[in-house]
Design a binder for this molecule. Structure first.
Ligand SMILES: [Zn+2]
Length: 869
């Protein structure tokens, strides 16, 4: 018997659950009756439970009650119930009484705290069950395919409010408690059940179709809820129309929880969020902060159908949930705010997936999962961003209407049920009459992606493919984290994909678009007479990189600036930077390329340029830093001068965000003293009058002043962090505390990551931030080594994993050796191939340093050169 899968001779149909949480003692008591269908006579029932004390077990069938005993098996988180007699096939009612603790690990049924207006500490209780933590709140069949109806009752302190998946059907008093009974849910998986109990406030309801929609938060924050409520209502309506299926819940509540491990969780009808992902002051936020709220809210709403109504059968199919919700989030936000150009910005997410998927230690989007624990590591950039990218590629290939029709058919067929990837292919295949599994198999079930090379042979454009990797060979086995390697197929370099390629050919001053399916190693396309240039991956939707011969590249560059769309310019730069890291393009050539984008007005183009400069900053010796700063000033300075510090009338949100991004680059990476001085003046002005500075510029000021700041500035920002009026403001000051250059100040921040001052939902990200800070990375690394056990105990697993990503920045051979030694000695496993991926990314950075240091030094300007006002 597979210890990770429950036997199916007893199936849950309905849970009647009563929970009584006590926020003062941080405990809860539970009493559940599970209606089950018994398919063969048995005296034994297996279900999941962990960290619960089970006090009473009985089962009632055919009018007779049989008592049982429970034994918990910690290693597999299962519970075995043994009864004194066999239970006959048919319907039975299983009753279990149990107790548990409201834990501080932000999973299962947990406790979250916050300070009220008077400064007193208040507690609320919330749940986070995905992937397998419902079993920490009540004994259950905690696998996604055991769908059932949930009828919940919460017995709470009468002063508090309770929210669950469905509408409240009754409230009454019983002793000193308020008894809140909720309506039956639809048939759904355990990981989607939710309970939130606390002193909560909500907005008024807006109605979408027949469902009232509200945003909830702790007292005093409702003023930050209107933006989230708007995108929630707009996107819910968008999805009802897109999917052609009504919203499956009876109401929709969106709740901001002060302590929350992930970004948000798609519990049907009761979506939970970390505060930054839902609450925002739209007049004081940057474009990026607003976009994040819009994205996350739309993403969770998309799940109400994709995930909640139709659900993957097992955790190997998690991409069906997450890739889809990510793709749909883009569609919805793009439809709501076309001026945000969401699909162009999605290029940045796609590039993040390219970075990991260009490693030998990457994994396929979908692979067999045995232990649910293996699926924890699947909540990563490959599932979300690569998954969404290949769906976008498919949508563009099939056509948006055909794709939508396939999705509608899939949801109609599988509503209230469970699915495999093949079910999605079947529905899309029926709609499109195309062999979807042939096209998509390589993208979903194989690791990596192609590098498409383009060359001209006579009057033919020749396209060929090979797998792109940064390093020629994988890390040697025996490297920490490589023990899990056999579980996923090692991708050989001989892989071929079916690559839908969109081309734009220019001849005699006119463009023509062509579509080619590169299914073999090579494809040939006749170019028109009077050929001028060829762009591969027109529109930028393809999940592949492109490499041109110098001649074709030159022809393309001649079309700058207006002949290429922003996403095409972004891809050109991003692909060239990747080729540079891989040793295929000289660093000097890449830096020359960046000089051609000095006047580019697209924020995504600049995101890739600035990220590459930050990577160079981590790879150079301290002695070269002032020369890199001069380079940054040379590239960024001209556009900063042009844009100025204040918004101009008629400017788009994107240009305002760009101004903030560029100022930050100039003042931090460029370390420009004049820019920092202006920042100090403007910051002081903004403290007197909040309208003195554009909200998109303010975070850049804070980052610059931290970079240039002393102990007095640190104290000022620490006080601002503690007194912040919005979640976004709190985050800006919190991360500023990681952005100082002075080591003693960074040490103070590090101490705050383990002493309870910084929430455990944020602390690992703050440590990660100091690991990425070239002035603090060695201190932070020592701190991580010393405090590992404390962090492991305090931080949510997901956070600990993300913290470790910071080792990528420890890009010197000595630090790399030390990182390996630490992870080997401590035998640390981050799940899946995550650790191996971090170590390979570190190897890429150190290899670049060792290989290209001389060429980089030769290409950098003298430190005085290029400084501009
Ligand atoms: Zn999701």
């Amino acid at each position: 018997m597979d210890p990770y899968r429950l036997p199916r001779h007893v199936l849950p149909v309905r849970y009647d659950i009563r929970l009584e949480p006590d926020l003062t003692t941080a405990t809860f008591a539970g009493d559940e009756t599970i209606t089950v269908t018994v398919t063969e006579p048995t005296a034994e029932i297996w279900l999941n439970a962990v960290d619960l004390a089970i006090d009473e077990v009985s089962i009632e069938t055919g009018g007779a009650a049989v008592t049982g005993t429970a034994s918990l098996e910690d290693s597999t988180e299962r519970c075995r119930l043994l009864f004194t007699e066999k239970i006959a096939p048919g319907t039975a009612r299983l009753r279990i009484k149990f107790r548990g603790t409201l834990n501080d690990k932000l999973r299962g049924f947990y406790r979250s705290t916050y300070k009220d207006a008077s400064g007193a500490t208040c507690t609320l209780a919330a749940t986070q069950f995905e992937a397998t933590d419902a079993r920490r709140a009540f004994p259950c069949w905690d696998e996604p395919s055991f769908k059932a109806v949930f009828a919940s009752t919460l017995a709470i302190d009468p002063a508090l409010t309770a929210v669950s998946n469905t509408a409240i059907v009754s409230e009454r008093r019983e002793g000193g408690r308020k008894i809140v009974k909720f309506a039956d849910t639809i048939k759904m998986s355990t990981y989607l059940v939710a309970y939130i109990v606390g002193d909560l406030e909500s907005t008024d309801a807006v109605r979408v179709g027949s469902a009232p929609l509200r945003v909830w938060c702790v007292p005093g924050k409702v003023r930050l809820a209107s933006f989230g409520r708007e995108i929630a209502a707009v996107s819910l309506d968008f999805f009802e129309r897109y999917y052609g299926v009504p919203y499956p819940g009876d109401k929709l509540d969106l709740l901001a929880i002060p302590d929350f491990a992930a970004g948000a969780m798609e519990n049907l009808g009761a979506i939970t969020f970390r505060e930054t992902a839902l609450l925002v002051d739209e007049h004081a936020a940057t474009h990026a902060e607003l976009e994040r709220v819009a994205d996350v809210v739309a993403h969770e709403n998309a799940h109400m159908w994709f995930g909640d109504l139709a659900t993957m059968s097992w955790w190997n199919g998690i991409w069906l949930n997450e890739a889809f919700a990510t793709f749909m989030e883009m569609l919805a936000v793009d439809a709501w705010k076309p001026e945000w150009d969401r699909w162009t910005t999605f290029g940045v997410s796609r590039a993040a997936a390219f970075s990991v998927d260009g490693l030998h230690s990457t994994r396929p989007i979908e692979f067999p999962v045995r232990a649910p624990r293996d699926a924890d590591a699947m909540f990563d950039v490959l599932t979300y961003e690569k998954g969404a990218s290949v769906l976008r590629m498919l949508e563009q290939y099939l056509g948006p209407e055909v794709f939508r029709d396939g999705i509608r058919a899939y949801l109609r067929r599988h509503a209230y049920g469970n699915t495999e990837t093949a079910d999605l292919w079947a529905a899309l295949g029926d709609a499109s009459h195309q062999p979807i599994p042939d096209v998509m198999g390589g993208w979903i079930f194989r690791p990596g992606y192609p590098l498409v090379s383009a060359r001209l042979e006579g009057s033919e454009l020749v396209l060929s493919q090979q797998r792109f990797t940064y390093l020629p060979v994988p890390l040697p086995s025996g490297t920490p984290g490589t023990a899990t390697r056999p579980e996923t197929p090692a991708g050989g370099a001989s892989h071929q994909w079916q690559v839908p390629i969109q081309l734009r050919l220019r001849a005699r001053g006119a463009d023509t678009a062509r579509r080619v399916l590169l299914a073999e190693g090579e494809a040939r396309v006749r170019v028109p007479d009077g050929f001028e240039s060829a762009l591969v991956n027109e529109g930028g939707h393809g999940f592949y990189r492109v490499r041109y011969t110098p001649d074709l590249r030159q022809r393309l560059l001649a079309r700058l600036p207006d002949g290429l769309a922003p996403i095409e310019r972004f891809n050109l730069l991003n692909d060239t930077w990747a080729a540079t890291l891989a040793g295929l393009t000289p660093i000097g050539e890449y830096l020359d390329l960046t000089a051609r984008f000095r006047s580019d007005r697209d924020k995504n183009v600049w995101a890739t340029v600035n990220a590459s400069f930050a990577a160079l900053n981590r790879a150079i010796d301290g002695g070269e830093r002032s020369r890199l700063e001069a380079l940054v000033r040379d590239r960024v300075g001209p556009l900063v001068s042009e844009l100025g510090w204040q918004p101009r009338p008629g400017e788009t949100d994107l240009v305002r965000q760009l101004r903030g991004d560029l100022l930050r680059a100039l003042g931090v990476l460029g370390n420009d003293p004049a820019c920092q001085a202006t920042a100090a003046e403007l910051y002081a002005a903004s403290r007197r009058d909040p309208h003195a500075v554009d909200p998109n510029v303010l975070p850049a000021l804070i980052a610059m002043l931290a970079h240039a700041g002393d102990a007095a500035r640190y104290e000022e920002f620490l006080a601002a962090f503690r007194a912040a009026a919005t979640p976004q403001e709190e985050q800006r000051y919190l991360y500023a505390l990681a952005g100082f250059r002075l080591v003693p100040l960074l040490e103070e921040t590090l101490a705050r990551t383990v002493n309870g001052e910084i929430r455990t939902q944020d602390a690992p990200f703050v440590v990660r931030s100091i690991l990425m800070n070239v002035y603090g990375r060695e201190t932070a690394w020592r701190f991580v080594k010393t405090n590992w056990d404390t962090m492991d105990r305090q931080y949510p697993k997901h956070g600990l994993r993300r913290m470790c990503e910071g080792v990528i920045a420890l890009a010197t051979p000595e630090l790399e050796r030390d990182v390996h030694a630490f992870f080997r000695e401590r035998n640390i496993d981050l799940g899946g191939r995550i650790l191996e991926q971090y170590l390979e990314q570190l190897r890429v950075a150190v290899t670049f340093r060792e290989r290209d240091a001389g060429a980089l030094s030769a290409a950098l300007p003298e430190s005085g050169e290029g400084a501009r006002k």
